[in-house]
Write a protein that binds this ligand. Structure first.
Ligand SMILES: Nc1ncnc2c1ncn2[C@@H]1O[C@H](COP(=O)(O)OP(=O)(O)OP(=O)(O)O)[C@@H](O)[C@H]1O
Ligand SMILES: [Mg+2]
Length: 479
């Protein structure tokens, strides 16, 4: 095509033709994600009041995008000018595309009071849900006649892995629109239902023919990565990524009944002689977590039931008071077949015993008849208890099982990532509420490392020595 400076490749064209409010593109390295975002931002630059914003986590990371924009934008709009100090492009009619960073959640404030018709996140899993969702409030028309929407790209892994996976990847098969409905009460008391839709458009390097032609070595580079990184970046596998803390986690539905080499199992009736614990981690604007854990005579733990206070958005709390949570706990403990009539030992974060003014959270819950002892919240020994318990013995039996109905445990604990500065510990910005609440219970029942554990108990396994048949287990996204 004469004078055409950029033509979308097949998957990029799919992404750029979607009408949903939010769309996520990619899920693996090299699929032409950044190019797709940069060119999508140009769609409305003929409208003088159009404002676009492209975000990356930090300014140094933005420089690559800005360099690419210099190539694409100046070719497409020779009169467009880039303002280096203020990080925006000015187009001939007056439209602007800004580049921005949000290194810390508090940096959201830089966008307060601003509005953008188009907001794009490059490498979305580097952002937390709070950071992403805040930008919904900044996504408003700058004037009449613009389309208002959000677009993102990402690879698996990173602090936001869990919420991004939940929101876009597991919510529906690829290329299936996902609809959320929210109820809002208007000032005159009317209930209004509002709808928003979103979609995931997968791509891998195999969808970027231009890159494969220009740089045939890139495929070899990806295939030489350590196993976990390769699975994530080359094949777009969301269950395997480097930085994952509990890489020994196994969820194998073929073994839910024989309970071998899987941590998730079929629920069963808990024998009357086993002890039952209730772990609790309080949250209001963040989710609260209650996990009920049975301990058998070999000190093996079974996570048997859970109550997790999150909205349909992962890591967003449902804002219940301690009394309201206690009432829910009481109802569940009176009705649940594995809990009713049982003596239940509550253990919670010691922080709930603090009372700066008035009653502590623990006191408020005690007032409702729900009592707790306070757990040992030492972080690293607590993390090691998970590693010791996740390890399988020769027969494939671990020291902790999770009933398959505890879906928030299954969703959040395997997705925890390491902190980039405190490298031995969990990144506390990830969705760690269930992890914390179970940790207090495990620290009350500590075990020693198992001598005959088959898998390494913790840490990276770059050569995947412990994984049987690790090759060819990937299903490419198909549609
Ligand atoms: N439609 C296209 N036409 C020409 N070149 C393209 C096109 N799409 C992508 N490319 C080129 O392919 C290369 C990789 O694309 P891009 O940087 O967008 O991929 P990415 O998915 O963002 O990669 P990463 O995972 O490394 O962030 C770049 O050199 C880019 O210019
Ligand atoms: Mg990129």
């Amino acid at each position: 095509m004469k004078n055409t400076i950029w033509v979308p490749q097949e998957k990029q064209a799919v992404f750029q033709s979607r009408g949903e409010y939010e769309a996520l593109y990619g899920g693996a390295a090299g699929g032409g994600k950044s190019d797709a975002l940069l060119t999508e931002a140009l769609r409305q630059v003929h409208i003088p009041h159009y404002r676009g914003l492209i975000l990356r986590k930090t300014y140094p990371q933005l420089s690559e995008l800005i360099d690419r924009s210099r190539e694409l934008y100046t070719k497409a709009y020779p009169k467009a000018r880039y303002n280096d100090s203020k990080h925006f492009w000015l187009f001939p009619g007056g439209a602007k595309i800004y580049f921005g960073a949000m290194q810390h959640t508090k940096d959201r404030i830089n966008y307060q009071g601003k509005r953008y018709d188009f907001i794009a996140f490059d490498e979305l899993t580097h952002f937390t849900w709070d950071e992403y969702s805040y930008m919904f409030s900044r996504n408003r028309p700058s004037g009449s006649g613009t389309r208002v929407y959000m677009r993102s790209t990402t690879n698996p892994g990173g602090i936001g892995h869990s919420w991004v996976k939940e929101r876009f990847i597991t919510a529906a098969p690829p290329l299936t629109p996902i609809e959320s409905r929210m109820n809002v009460v208007s000032p005159d008391g009317k209930l209004i239902t509002v709808k928003r839709n979103r979609i995931f458009v997968p791509s891998t390097v195999f969808d970027n023919k231009r890159l494969l032609e220009n740089d045939p070595n890139y495929l070899a580079n990806l295939s030489m990565l350590p196993e976990k990184e390769k699975n994530a970046l080359l094949y777009g596998d969301w269950d395997s990524f480097s930085g994952q803390v509990f890489s020994e986690w196994k969820n194998d539905s073929a073994h839910y009944t024989d309970r071998r080499f899987t941590h998730v199992i079929e629920p069963f009736e808990v024998p009357a002689s086993w002890k039952i614990y209730r772990g609790f981690d309080f949250g209001y604007s963040k989710p609260f977590a209650v996990e009920w854990i049975a301990i058998d005579h070999d000190r093996r733990a079974y996570v048997i039931a859970e109550l997790y206070g999150c909205t349909e958005n992962a890591d967003e709390g449902i804002r219940l008071t301690p009394q309201q949570i206690a009432a829910k706990i009481r109802t569940i403990e009176a009705e649940h077949p594995n809990l009713r009539g049982r003596r239940i030992h509550g253990i919670a974060d010691p922080a709930i015993a603090k009372a700066e003014t008035g009653q502590s959270i623990a006191d408020m819950m005690a007032g409702e008849g729900v009592f707790f002892d306070f757990g040992d919240h030492e972080r690293l020994p607590g993390k090691m208890q998970f590693h010791y318990r996740f390890a399988f013995d020769d027969e494939g039996i671990p020291m902790i099982y999770v009933f398959k109905n505890c879906r928030h445990f299954i969703r959040t604990v395997p997705n925890l990532v390491y902190d980039s500065t405190n490298v031995e510990d969990i990144d506390t910005r990830s969705e760690d509420h269930i992890y914390d609440c179970v940790r207090y219970v495990l620290m009350d029942n500590p075990i020693n490392p198992r001598k005959n554990s088959l898998t390494k108990t913790y840490g990276e396994d770059p050569l995947d020595m412990n994984c049987e048949g690790s090759v060819n287990k990937y299903n490419f996204y198909s549609y």
